[in-house]
Ligand binder design. Sequence first.
Ligand SMILES: Nc1ncnc2c1ncn2[C@@H]1O[C@H](COP(=O)(O)OP(=O)(O)OP(=O)(O)O)[C@@H](O)[C@H]1O
Length: 904
Amino acid sequence: MGDYSKLAENHEPEIQALALSPETQAELNTGSDGLSSEEVILRFQRDGPNLLPEKREKSCLWYLGYLWGPIPLMIWAAITFEILRDAWVSFFVLLILQFINGIMKWYQDRGSRTSIKKLKTSLLPQTYVKREGRCEQVASKDLVIGDRIKIKIGDIAPADLVLCEGSCEFDLSSISGESFPVKKGEGQVVYQGSICKKGEMEAIVLATGIRTFLYKSKQKFTVKSEKTSFEKANFWISVSLLIVSTMLVGVILAVVLVRGNDILESLSICTVLLVASIPIAMQLVCTTVLAVGANTMASKKTIVARLNSIEKLAGMNLLCVKKTGMLTRNDLTAQQPVLLRRYTIEDIFLSAGLASKRTPGSQDPIDKCITEYATQKCRINFQAYDELEFIPFDSKKKRCEVLVQNTRTGDRFKCTKGSPQIILAMAQDPEIENEVTKQVEELSVRGYRAIGVARTNKDGKWSMIGLIPLYDPPREDAKDSIEKAFQMQIGIKLVTGDQMAISKETAKLLNLGDKIYHGEIVCFDTTEEQKENLDSVLDHADGFAEVFPEHKYIIVKLLQEKGYKVGVMGSNVNDVAALKKADVGIAVYGALDAAKSASDIILTYPGLSVIMAAVHEARKTFQRLNNYYTYRIACTLQLLLFFATTMILINPSKKHCNQGDCDKVPNTFALPVISLVIITVLNDGTIISIAYDNVAANTKPYKLSLSMILWNSLILGIIPYVSSVALLLMAIGHMDTNHPNRILKFFGIGALNYGEILTMMYLKVSLSDYLTVFAARTSDWFWSSKPTKLLMFSAAVAILIATLLSVYWFLHYFEWTDEKSDFPSMKPIGWGTAGFVWGYNIVFFIFQDLIKVFIHKQQQVRSQNENYYLSSGVVDENFLVFTGSVQSKNSIVTKRSMIAANED
Ligand SMILES: Nc1ncnc2c1ncn2[C@@H]1O[C@H](COP(=O)(O)OP(=O)(O)OP(=O)(O)O)[C@@H](O)[C@H]1O
């Protein structure tokens, strides 16, 4: 294939510079009908799909990777300690823990990889290709060298291309860094990834997949990669817990060793304690939670371009909505036109039809309804005109234009159709200004948007023919969705390129408010006073109409400066800047590839309800993450604090004992390694099921508060910790049959030997660990939201196994090394004591939930004053007039529309 190093050197992408082999050159000589099916198959078989290869791991090695890393290494260390001290039961359980952990990580990782792959697949672009004379849409990955494709405004070059006849402007910023669009024409090369900013033409595929310049020069598309607050939180939580755990465990180890305990056993228990406390799987669990959320959103017609976009969506508190397709159906019907001077209905539909795309598939809804009306109702024959040059619709000009020649008379003239204020400005005819302005207003009151139509006369001067009213009914879901957005504390501002009058009518109709301003108001910010006014307009406005792409960008920027988290909807190449600038760029249904690639969220269905459903799901996803953080930190806290307190401060040998294994009562209270390992194994299942849990979405935009998470975790962790220490103290006192603990005696618990105390504490710690998940998953009472079956099941399994183990503790039958150990082994406690531990746990669980609800209510009262959507300020009418943003009563023409009208 081509020698790209030459291209990179001289930066002059001429095809000659490629030094193509004669065979490749021959393959590029595709005729006007495109390749034949046989050729396509042959070339595809030879070159493979037009994709950049992905790194593939060997599955066996891949799994082994899960048994490696900081935590697996710690487990391997603990396993080694257990071998050295002949503790074979703990050894086997640790080994099982290692493999279960590995399998779970693999399973989670596979799940999130599959979801990400699915997302990527759903984002694969499509291209119009000509094969055997037929134009068809194919996945860009199926393109082969020599394919004749169509490239138009908003498309991203799907492969390296040689351009055919005509010219287009391309944005090469992702390839060469050039910031201004570059005009390219016949015979020139355009690399994969370049964005077509203007025009439409055919091109031949020059290189695909690994043969493209993009791949060879090892460049990648630039992706927004700033860290989200959750990624930062992940990092800080992990690091903080790591530091706290390591320090506490270090202190514990030192104290235990100073007291003369067995080194290996102490090392082993401290290592396992560290394994249980550090949330190394945090990143993985978060990815799984996000991937599950992304999958659910995809099933609800919203594709998330990057997983971290979910966080942005959950935190969005202001949404700039488009009118067409979001608030209205974009299902247009043309109506009886308004004619100026002596023009006829045929004149207006002939010019409008000529200035429209007429090939089915390439038309937008405006072109479609106008050509249908022209051919079906006015019987216009477009064959009588040759199209010499067509300039497609462009939001910067807000119109399209055509140069045609009458095949019979040879007369040449231009036709244009577009926004009425632009067409009126082009006509430069003061006599019709009042009339057109009045008609546009009247049509909008009746619910019609107007399209202006003009043609050139013999002198080449533009003459406005009239207005075509288009009926675009509001979407059924629009009103409810707006209402829902307000309930979800998301401010809605209409930001539309459409005409002011109809935008106002639509906004009013949908209860969006009637304070709609011209987009150009935002370009006016010189003096402090004017800035203040502008500030007020921004808060107070229900929308902006007649906006041009640059206005969209400035509106987003100014709103962000005021502290809003702004979502912006876009569909075409001119929206790219605003989409990239927004906190959440949303490509609407049918958006062009350029807009999609600049967005965080891609809608695959029209209407506002889709995005509202996506926000709802995004907030649920973040509630899950919040719950996970809270639960995970609470678990670490209760375990660490319990072990630190009991191992450092409690000396059971000082208590009087006359029951059972008194000679073995140690000077340090520590749960055996095996019990800690079992707690950790069983906890894994509960943790993973949080990713799939049922949660209630927040009624407010999500705002990550680490302090709130830590505070909640502290409450949830401290109560089980205190209750565990209290139970331990009661149990140790109960070793003395002469002076048993009064509370335990009251509940009919007989004197306990030390092995039974260990088991009792194992059950206590396990149960409060597993029960805490039910308190952590809601901010209201634990019964206020039903957990998923998966969560119930995993928690039930963990609880049941812990209970059965405690009642029967059959593992001690295998503990043949019991005699060697300094620490006595656990003993079965029977149903009576287990029942008491259960009751004790339930009482404290309810207490834990009560305190949690109380604290949440306090937090709610405090945050009630936080207003996410401000609506204040008074706008000075003089300011509006002064800035030229209030048009004169007699004309819809504004300063910006004059500029657009005179643009080439
Ligand atoms: N194919 C077309 N031919 C002529 N005029 C068009 C065409 N498409 C759109 N327009 C005009 O441009 C205006 C919309 O401009 P633009 O597409 O830039 O706005 P937008 O922000 O995408 O608008 P919306 O909020 O309605 O989606 C329409 O009101 C219409 O007057």
